[in-house]
Write a protein that binds this ligand. Structure first.
Ligand code: SF4
Length: 249
């Protein structure tokens, strides 16, 4: 008999509306190696066991509310879903047997082109990858997250080569990555990809500050104001313009 794979999750949101198309069951995995300065889920960072669940338990939960999940499906986010690739693969394999739309929201930081066997298995059952590009410049990315963006950009290229539908997500953080040059560079990079289905330019907010306090952590962006609507519109405009110019659209 095949060994049951369990997931270590942080929590489940029953009616998510911002993590993929439609209304979705959103699974927040426990554990993330990154330390993004603007992270609003620092409580998902620890790799210690939090809640152990099986794929069947999640699908049972999905079944119990499926009438309300309009045009949606299941999204696995984090934390970092690709830390628990085997569990997510089992969940998505079973979800696809029930014809449920599947999405992961990942930083892509663990991607390694030399070792894609487990990832490829997961991608067979994944309808959509939401990939967070946090900063287009490597040095700035390191300051923002503690990691290089090289693997992440390579993951975006890999998804394009494999023709996996991809949504790019980019959190606009005033004073950190809200810079016209960066937007143009991001747009040009995105133009090198062929599987992008959407671009989400997301506002930074500081609502997670109490979570940091509860965890005894210093909130790193205390002096940074939340992103305004105008800043998002401006950022989106510049990224799209650079994208269209590079694509010759
Ligand atoms: S990758 Fe996501 S969960 Fe991890 S630190 Fe960054 S924002 Fe937080």
């Amino acid at each position: 008999m095949k060994k049951q794979v369990y997931g270590n999750i942080h929590s489940i949101e029953s009616f998510g509306t911002v993590d993929g198309p439609g209304i979705r069951l959103v699974i927040f995995m426990q554990g993330c190696p990154m330390r993004c300065l603007y992270c609003h889920n620092p409580d998902t960072w620890s790799f210690e066991e939090n809640k152990k669940v099986s794929a069947d338990e999640i699908l049972k939960k999905y079944d119990s509310i499926k009438e309300f999940l309009k045009n949606g499906g299941i999204t696995v986010t984090g934390g970092e879903p690709l830390v628990q690739t085997e569990f997510v693969t089992e969940l998505f394999k079973k979800a696809k047997e029930k014809n449920i739309h599947t999405a992961i929201d990942t930083s892509g930081v663990l991607f390694n082109r030399k070792n894609t066997e487990k990832l490829d298995e997961l991608l067979k059952y994944t309808d959509l990858v939401m990939l967070d590009i946090k900063h287009i410049r490597d040095e700035e990315h390191k300051k923002l997250t503690g990691f290089s963006n090289k693997n992440i950009l390579d993951f975006a290229k890999y998804l394009s080569e494999k023709n996996i539908p991809t949504w790019i997500r980019h959190v606009v953080v005033p004073t950190i990555n809200d810079n016209d040059e960066y937007y143009r560079e991001l747009g040009k990079f995105l133009a090198t990809l062929d599987s992008i289905k959407a671009l989400d330019m997301l506002p930074y907010h500081n609502m997670a500050e109490p979570k940091y306090e509860n965890l005894g952590l210093k909130y790193p962006l205390k002096d940074v104001l939340p992103t305004t609507k105008e800043q998002i519109v401006h950022a989106r405009f510049l990224v799209f313009r650079a994208y269209k110019e590079a694509k010759k659209l």
